[in-house]
Design a protein around this ligand. Sequence first.
Ligand SMILES: NC(=O)c1ccc[n+]([C@@H]2O[C@H](COP(=O)([O-])OP(=O)(O)OC[C@H]3O[C@@H](n4cnc5c(N)ncnc54)[C@H](O)[C@@H]3O)[C@@H](O)[C@H]2O)c1
Length: 352
Amino acid sequence: MSAYRYVIIGTGRPHRTEDSTGFGMAHAHYPAFQQTGKVHLTAVSDLVESRSRFFLEKHQTDAAYYADYQTMLSKEKPDIVSICTWPHLHADMTVAAAEAGAKVIHCEKPMATTWADCKRMKAAADKTGALLSFGHQRRHIGVFQKTRDFIQQGAVGELVQIEAEVGDMFDWGTHWLDMMFYYNAETPAEWVMAQIDSRTEKSIFGAFMENQGICYFKWRNGVRGILVSGHEAHIGCVHRIIGKNGTIELLSERKLRISTHQNPAWVEIEIPQQKPESFLTADDVVRQLDEPGHRCLVSANYAIQSTEVIFAAYYSSLYRGRIDLPLQHPGNALIEMLQDGSIGPNRKKLEN
Ligand SMILES: NC(=O)c1ccc[n+]([C@@H]2O[C@H](COP(=O)([O-])OP(=O)(O)OC[C@H]3O[C@@H](n4cnc5c(N)ncnc54)[C@H](O)[C@@H]3O)[C@@H](O)[C@H]2O)c1
C-alpha cells in the first residue's frame, strides 16, 4: 500500500525558541502522524519561509515548501491535511482543504472564532465527505478514559453533575468542555446559562476570551455541567463527576480519586500514559482511512457539540438569560461586546 499524502499548514517554530509565536504544534503533529507508518509528508506551508525551512531541516524531510497554502493544496492533492494555525484561520483553511479533495483534515483546537465559522467548516467537510477532526487529544489520555469507564460501569451511579475549572472557556475551555461531553456519552446539550467578566482585552493565539466566567448548562439526559473559568476559578480539583452513588475527582492528567457511598474513603488511582496522546490521536485519525466507519474519538461530530456551549455561554452573557440550543447567534458575542464597549477595559465602572 502506498503512503497517504500528508501536508501541514502552519509549521511555526517550537515553543520558546527564536522567532516562535506559539507552541509550533506542527512539530508535534508531524512525529505523531509519521509514527503511524502510513503517511508521507509531501509539503508544508507557512507565511514565514524560515519557519518551514527550519521545520524541514529539523525533521529531515525532503517535503516541498509553499508560501501559499491554497497553491499547496491544489498542487499536492493531499489525502491528509494538518492545520496548525491560529483559530481565526481554521475555518477558511478547513474549507479549502475539503474543497481540494482532502480525505482527512486534522485541525488544531479551538474550532474557530465564531459559531458560524464552526458550522461552515463542518458543513464543508460533510459536503465533500472529508473526515474532520480537532486537537482534543485528551480523549486519548488514560486517566480520562478510566474515568469514562468508571462512569459507564456505574461506579458512581447515575450521573448528576460534571464540574471543571479552567483558565478560560475558549482556548483551554474547549478541552474541558470536550471532556465533559466525553464523560457524558456525547449527549447533546439542551440549554446554557452563563456570565463572563472581561475587564481586559485578554487574547490567546489572537482570539479574545474572558478573564473570568461561569457556565452552567444542562444536557438532554438531565445531567448538569458547571465550568468555572479565569484567575479566581476554583473547584478544588481539575474535574469532578458527581453521581447518585459517589464522586470521581480528577487530580491531574495522570491521577484520579474515587469515593462511593459504600466505600466513602477516597481511593487514588494513578494511570501512567503508555503512549503519548498525540501519537494515539494520529493513529485514531489515520485509522479512519483504513477502516471506513471507524469512530474517531476526536471527530468534529463531538467537537461541534462542546464548541456550541462556548459560544452559547458568551451569547448568554450578552443576552442576559438562558440560551436554548441549538444556538442561533452566528457570531462571537464576547467580541461583539468588546467592540461595543459593554465589556472590556473602557466599560464604565459600576458603583457598588
Ligand atoms: N491541542 C493542544 O493541546 C494545543 C496546544 C497548543 C496550541 N494549540 C492550538 O494550535 C493552534 C496553533 O498554535 P501554535 O502554537 O502551533 O501556533 P504558532 O504561532 O506556533 O504557529 C502558527 C504558524 O502559522 C503560520 N501561519 C499564519 N498564517 C498562515 C497562512 N495563511 N498560511 C500558512 N501558515 C500560516 C504562522 O506564520 C506561524 O508560523 C492554535 O489554534 C492553538 O490553540 C493546541
